[in-house]
Design a protein around this ligand. Structure first.
Ligand code: CU
Length: 204
């Protein structure tokens, strides 16, 4: 191919790419319907939990009342143009004890739990510095202990000191402590696929 034809070929590739993106945008808006939101957030837990959970939408409104005491919602704000996929929402399903943690984290207040709580996050999240709350999605901000999680479940302790002695190393594959020394300290329990978004952090 001559250089001219190569340029034309590249241009047509580029225009195909942008046409493809445009298609995705339209798809994306349809994606963020209440039905899409309910499916995206409730599937952060196994279906036998998610199917019966209360669902809160990105708007903060209740999209569906549940019956089992669990609550599913996004932990990320909806970006301009909407969520592209469930992973971007950092969807979380909290049990009746952990909702106090979720409320406190969203409001930047200190969680007060009646008993240990559980939060499912099968879609993972956009990553945080393991020692710094509110660093969500700051992959390129130079954080030293950044981990973008795949599927996991979290134990939110009523008594933060109960996690003393657990590792903070997220590269071992074992459960590890996140946000140590802050009101939001909790235990991360990696599930299959946990390292899909950050394979270089996986146990060697
Ligand atoms: Cu966590």
């Amino acid at each position: 191919m001559g250089i001219f034809f190569r340029a034309i070929f590249l241009l047509s590739l580029l225009s195909n790419v942008s046409a493809g993106n445009h298609g995705d945008d339209t798809h994306q808006m349809r994606n963020n319907s209440p039905e899409w939101e309910i499916e995206a957030y409730t599937s952060a837990a196994p279906s036998f939990i998610g199917d019966h959970a209360t669902v809160i939408g990105a708007s903060g409104k209740v999209l569906r009342e549940g019956t089992n005491g669990w609550r599913c919602e996004p932990f990320m704000q909806m970006p301009e143009g909407g969520f592209k996929n469930p992973h971007e929402t950092a969807a979380a399903c909290s049990d009746k004890n952990a909702v106090a943690w979720a409320d406190a984290y969203k409001a930047n207040t200190t969680p007060e739990l009646k008993a240990d709580g559980w939060i499912w996050m099968i879609h993972g999240d956009l990553g945080v510095d393991n020692f710094k709350p509110y660093t969500d999605g700051q992959k390129d901000a130079g954080h030293k202990h950044f981990i973008e999680s795949g599927a996991h479940i979290m134990l939110m302790p009523k008594d933060p000191s109960s996690l003393e002695g657990q590792t903070t190393d997220f590269t071992s594959g074992s459960p590890y402590v996140m946000f140590k020394g802050t009101p939001y300290v909790h235990l991360m329990i990696p599930l299959e696929g946990y390292y899909d978004y950050q394979p270089e952090a996986a146990p060697k």
